[in-house]
Ligand binder design. Sequence first.
Ligand code: BGC
Length: 400
Amino acid sequence: MGPTARDFPSGFLFGAATSAHQVEGGNDGCDWWAWERRGGAKDPSGAACDHYRRYPEDIALVKELGLGSYRFSVEWARVEPEEGRFDEGALRHYRDMVERCRELGVEPIVTFHHFTLPTWLSDRGGVLARDSSRLFARYCRTVAEALKGRVTWVLTINEPMVLVLMGYVQGVWPPGKRPASQVIKAARRLVSWHEEAFAAIRQVDPAMRLGIAKHWIDFRPLDAGDAMHRLGRRLQHQLFNRWYLDRVKSHCDFIGINYYARQYTTGLLRQVPLATPDAPRTEMGWSIVPEGLHLALTEASGYGLPLIVTENGIACRDDRWRIRYIDRHLAAVHEAIAAGADVRGYQYWSLLDNFEWAEGYRPQFGLVAVDLGTQKRTVRESARHYGEIARTGRLPDAID
Ligand code: BGC
């Protein structure tokens, strides 16, 4: 490959991502806070990275590293702490975050819902509450009004199928395991959440480009010679990767792809995270298969919409793994672009070491390490390395 063949298209958004509950701290009005109190996470989120107060420095760090975009989320429980009462201070806060990005020339990518719900809503059924789509659309409209004219890229919901899987099927996240009928209802409801939010936001600011952050798993049959393994692959791929997108695609201006791993199917609804001895695993136990990102982008291109990799990242102790991970996954993105996929950006997960849901604070995904005692930020070598790629818009000459 010659040097120019390593260049990304100009304007490609190299960035990093976070979500409100995982970094802000003191987010005591949401269902996750209550879930943590009941022992649902290895550590409580507590003060997290104190990002609610420290965002000006953190966004400055994004800039200093050479990154061009920052994906973050708005916390519904702060914006609407009681049903129907919108908090001006919270809305101003998120507007200020966007302004901070703008003044530094960092493109904001804003998620309106990233797993958490205000407790007033979770107490009366959460996603399954009869009027939850209307409530979500009203919240989105209010946030859109506050951010109008200042934001281009908006994700209504982060990983709806992960929310359904972890919350309703496995029950390791709120609201806890539910019968199959409610699982189906929750998935369908999240389709109407997006559709209604799309219409509401569109009305307020037609210039906002609206999408979904869709978690994509590269399912493969463990034994390609086994018919059940193959059937399991087809079913899981359809249910997990495509079902939701097939429904919301006409209400999207772009699709966000969150990709982490390959999983091997061993039955209709069964899978194992790692089956090949040659694929190394992250600290989360996830297999590292960059090719899966290429395949995801190539297939998702079939929806005919621009794509952004809205999450991709590794939890590891040895930062050299992160460097290798980023290089290889960016190479996979580059290949997908070369093959015709319209990929507009890549957001590494995560900017900061943060609260990893039920896993607490142990997994470290950050480009920047955070000392939870002092809140001191330490930029990792991988962040500098990634920043250099972002600054030059070019893959490194040698990828290990
Ligand atoms: C979620 C993040 C999470 C990350 C790593 C994604 O599924 O959107 O909130 O921290 O994966 O597990």
